[in-house]
Design a protein around this ligand. Sequence first.
Ligand SMILES: [Cu+2]
Length: 373
Amino acid sequence: MVRWIFRVAALFGLSAALSSCVFQGSDGPQSVLHPAGPVAQEQIDLFLWTYYLSWIVVVAVGGVLIYSALRFRRRPGDDSIPPQVHGNTTLEIAWTAIPVLLVIAVAIPTVRTLWRTEAFAEPKEQDIVVNVTGHQWWWRFEYPELGIVTANELHVPVGRRVILNMTSADVLHSFWPMKLAGKRDLIPNQNNQLWFIADESGVYLGQCAELCLGAHAYMRFRVIAEEEADFEIWKGKFQDLQVQQVQADPLIEQGRLLFTQKGCATCHTIDGYAEDYSIGKPNFPDLTNFGLRLTVPAGWADNTPENLAAWLRDPQEIKPGNRMPTLWAESDPNREEEIDALVAYLLSLGRDDQQQAQASVQHLGVGGNHGSR
Ligand SMILES: [Cu+2]
């Protein structure tokens, strides 16, 4: 008996120690325990309040349990039956009242947090409104007021409220920018909202949290929170797409032609805002200013020439079942050359510095890098 009590006590101690490790130690990029904005902060505060409250309950109940087991255990040689008690008014009232108080102590902050992080927010002057559509397995981000459409990377200015109107083009998805806010489902024919504010600039990871079949695990995204000036620069590049009119170098020019010849242009746009978007029509990631993207495709890996080439060479290998076909037969003698040109072209989009784009083409490797993060 005593041995058991020690085991149970050790277990409590161990889990307390472990959970404090988790809190202190894990500032991983997807950790909800280190919030980066007020919505996520509210949520973690509520979580910790209930968490510590439950520890008080565990310690109190466990303490009484251990105490009575030790204090009232059968002594050797004592076979008498202890006094039989049934019903003790004080105890009955106490153990009815305490749980009620506990439930109230959890309910009040819960409701307050629900209000503060309300599901529907009325857009104000300073807010950034983004229409988010989940597709198998990528994200469409449209800024209706700014005339910007992009995919998988959501640029937002630091300190401003971002209101997302969310829906799905196919199955259920769930938008989860873990350090900034909680999850919200994207449901076809329904508008769900989520809002957040990023306190500091940085790149925040996000992930689809709904099992949306196939390449679900690669349906990732980035929230790129920038200072106002940087956000303006990014925005400006979408609103003034002059870079593409610049006479490009021969490789980039070849890529530009291939973009039409290989049929990429039947699915992808590179010229900005597509007004005729409607759910139900086939739709594909907008590649406007693709050279500014950090990752390819939907957060699988860094947007380097190697990774982009690997994606173009065999999209089905990287994200099995996704809606982009493999466009070159393995035996196609022009495959690598054409991919190099397309990579050079795509990476030049949105970059002022053509030389920089060219330089990154120079060390274009063959074989591809399947490293993911
Ligand atoms: Cu999904």
